[in-house]
Design a protein around this ligand. Structure first.
Ligand SMILES: [Zn+2]
Ligand SMILES: [Zn+2]
Length: 335
């Protein structure tokens, strides 16, 4: 069975579980580890069964709980190389280390971890019961402030460095490239480039047991390559970030409004509706509107714009339109 569970979507955190066959992955880890685990349990997903975390881009609302969650579960994180580097820069703004030196350090640490694999510890997948991790989670969220201390060098032989010593340490890192499909267990992923103001942002089409799940948020507009990717899907999760009038009349400073509206910002309800009414093939059984702004949008505005766009398309009558939420998980969607 294939299951798709949006744990959170919006500027305060994004995270989705894709599971199928014997594999379970988290796309983005934008909530604290504690909150991610709480929501997974609410949605009937066991955090301990996650196999990997896949990151779309390095913005805070997509990576907030990343290091703590990956460490806690001892699972690999998949990034593009540019996104990984940008994430590390974000966490260690004053680190005096070249990229080549860092890669060398990672190699050494990987060799040490390999040696330790002979005696694996069984880790509890419960953030709530671990005050040190909870504290570390908070430290991570403030690590990018100018007052953050330079991390001390990692100890050579005493296991993984603590978050304080090296907030960028992960149990394992795997690189993928946009345009190059790869697999994690039973789940196939096709990453594609999206226009957004991050180092190397991507959307995904996940293929699990022949079910195709399309995933695109955080994009300023929908270029032809993305339109091509978002066809022939069983489920489409697509950004519907803001209502243009609410954004224009809303509280954001002009520079922020300009950024959101730009070609590397976020999709408006109108832009999403335009795609749904024209270029979209209408195949998906589920359409999930996602990354709705809490300040510049209303769920009903996003819903009505999408419904109007889909209206009159007979093939879409049986489809379901859902709205992803910021503060609670959506019910899991099964195929
Ligand atoms: Zn975002
Ligand atoms: Zn973003």
């Amino acid at each position: 069975m294939v299951r798709f569970t949006v744990l959170a979507s919006g500027s305060k955190g994004n995270s989705t579980v894709v599971s199928g066959g014997r594999t379970r992955i988290l796309i983005d880890a934008g909530l604290s580890c504690r909150e991610l685990f709480r929501r997974m349990k609410l949605a009937g997903e066991d955090p301990a069964t996650l196999d990997a975390i896949v990151i779309t881009h390095e913005h805070q609302d997509h990576v907030n709980g990343l290091a703590v969650t990956a460490r806690k579960l001892g699972i690999p994180v998949y990034f593009t190389e540019a996104t990984h580097r940008a994430w590390m820069r974000w966490l260690t703004p004053r680190r005096q280390m070249t990229y080549a030196q860092w890669v060398e350090l990672c190699r050494k640490q990987a060799a040490e971890r390999q040696a330790e694999l002979d005696s694996p510890e069984s880790e509890s997948a419960d953030c709530a019961g671990d005050p040190e991790e909870a504290e570390a989670d908070e430290q991570l969220q403030t690590a990018a402030t100018p007052d953050a201390e330079d991390p001390a060098p990692a100890p050579v032989s005493a296991g993984p460095p603590s978050l304080k010593e090296d907030p960028t340490w992960l149990p394992a890192v795997e690189y993928f490239q946009s345009g190059q499909p790869f697999s994690i267990g039973d789940i196939g992923l096709s990453p594609f480039t999206i226009p957004h103001d991050a180092a190397d942002p991507v959307g995904f089409v996940c293929t699990v047991e022949r079910v195709r799940l399309g995933f695109a948020t955080d994009l300023g507009y929908i270029p032809p390559n993305v339109m091509q990717q978002l066809q022939n899907l069983d489920l489409l999760l697509l950004e519907s970030n803001h209502d243009l009038e609410m954004l224009r009349d809303g509280p954001y400073p002009w520079s922020v409004k300009q950024r959101v509206l730009s070609r590397v910002g976020h999709l408006s309800n109108d832009a999403t509706a335009e795609f749904l009414s024209s270029a979209y093939d209408g195949q998906a059984a589920y359409i999930i509107l996602a990354h709705l702004s809490e300040n510049n949008n209303l769920p009903e505005l996003a819903r009505v714009a999408a419904e109007r766009a889909l209206m009159g398309r007979a093939s879409l009558l049986a489809n379901r339109l859902l709205l992803a939420e910021q503060h609670q998980p959506l019910s899991p969607i099964s195929f």
